[in-house]
Design a protein around this ligand. Structure first.
Ligand code: ADP
Ligand code: MG
Length: 354
């Protein structure tokens, strides 16, 4: 009898643990046995020690049609590019440089060769942009839809590595770029899809929302950050990429670093087009910036001594500071009210579409 049919075996719904609880649960009994494994499960990338002065980095991400992307509004070329970018972003989050990828796909017979050519033209574009070698993968058939699983390899100088752990009390909390636009891009695409389903004669109205759509469909990894930090001679005390939304990543960083983090509403970097679009869609721009996800910016902490160096770069915004763990994680609104940052719960489909 299989576990699905056996009523005597307890059936705990995955939603009871949440995505991150589930990962902890299924991986906690694994102990790293090889002495070259410096960091296994739990950060943006695994860290392996095979080279003298550098660590080898390895990360993997899987994208499923219908869960992470919808082909009715994701062009295959963009999807290929984005699938690589989200992997490279995890290497950036370790302060490293990506070097190689493997790409595995499962495809149903609904896909003609030309569709896969499109997908791979996007993958190839990303390989050129990020200077990556495609070194292998796997191809298999699926019953429904497309699955793309990419693994990325990278390296980082040992003295420059940034983990999720390492943030110190009084450090500054910094984000790159701006937040919330990718989420709004997704809302536009969903809205136009619904209108199209109801009335196929109406053409999608994507005019004027270029930035949000580009942020959703043509994700770029923040490879330039690694170079900028090197030039400024700054090594973040901790770092993570913002794939699931700012608040979610703040919780990861503070938990791993055993600290608290306080951020301020009036410091959040939000593009003016994001402000305007959120009003049009009747969404709160602060909510989008805090919880939107898929911006693939980097969130990191630095020692206060670097403050003056950072000030010169418009691409960095100091949004808060690190506190003692006992103070917890807090969001200070414009009216000075303090709100505890809590986990969002597990919604596998929310914010995960490409
Ligand atoms: P990210 O959002 O940066 O891709 P995740 O939240 O997906 O990271 O994963 C967190 C950590 O858990 C990573 O170190 C990842 O490698 C690990 N992980 C996720 N799923 C599994 C799994 N099924 N088995 C083993 N490790 C996993
Ligand atoms: Mg990550």
């Amino acid at each position: 009898m299989s576990i699905f049919e056996d009523n005597k075996i307890k059936h705990t719904p995955i939603s009871e643990l949440g995505e991150f609880g589930l990962i902890d649960h299924i991986t906690k009994s694994f102990i790293c046995k090889n002495k070259n494994t410096i960091e296994g499960v739990g950060d943006d990338a695994a860290v392996l020690d095979y080279l003298d002065d550098k660590y080898q980095l390895l990360s993997t991400d899987m994208l499923l049609e219908g869960v992470h992307f919808d082909l009715s509004y994701s062009p295959l070329k963009h999807l290929g590019y984005k699938a690589v970018s989200v992997n490279v972003s995890d290497i950036c989050a370790m302060n490293g440089e990506a070097t190689h990828i493997t790409v595995s796909i499962a495809v149903s017979n609904r896909f003609p060769v030309e569709a896969l050519e499109e997908l791979y033209s996007g993958i190839n574009l990303a390989c050129k942009k990020y200077k990556l070698d495609l070194i292998g993968g796997d191809t298999t058939s699926s019953i429904h839809g497309l699955v793309i699983s990419i693994s990325v390899f990278g390296e980082v100088e040992k003295s420059k590595i940034s983990y999720r752990k390492g943030a110190k009390v009084n450090d500054l909390v910094v984000v790159t770029g701006d937040l919330g636009a990718a989420y709004l891009g997704l809302q536009i695409l969903k809205r136009e899809k619904e209108i199209f389903i109801e009335n196929p004669a109406i053409q999608p109205d994507l005019q004027g929302n270029d930035y949000a759509l580009q942020r959703q469909l043509k994700t770029e990894a923040r490879t330039n950050l690694v170079d900028v930090l090197k030039d400024l001679n700054i090594v973040p005390t901790s770092m993570i990429d913002i794939s699931d939304g700012l608040t979610s990543e703040i919780l990861h960083l503070s938990k791993k670093s055993d600290v608290g983090i306080t951020i301020y509403e009036d410091k959040l970097p939000i593009d003016y087009t994001t402000m305007n679009l959120s009003k049009e869609l009747n969404l709160n721009p602060i909510f989008c910036a805090l919880n939107g996800g898929e911006d693939y910016e980097l969130l990191f902490t630095i020692s206060q001594e670097h403050y003056s160096k950072l000030k010169k770069d418009v691409d960095f915004t100091i949004i808060g500071h690190v506190t003692h763990k006992s103070e917890g994680n807090n969001f200070i609104a414009k009216d000075n009210s303090s709100h505890e940052i809590t986990a969002q719960g597990w919604e596998p489909i929310k914010n995960k579409n490409i």
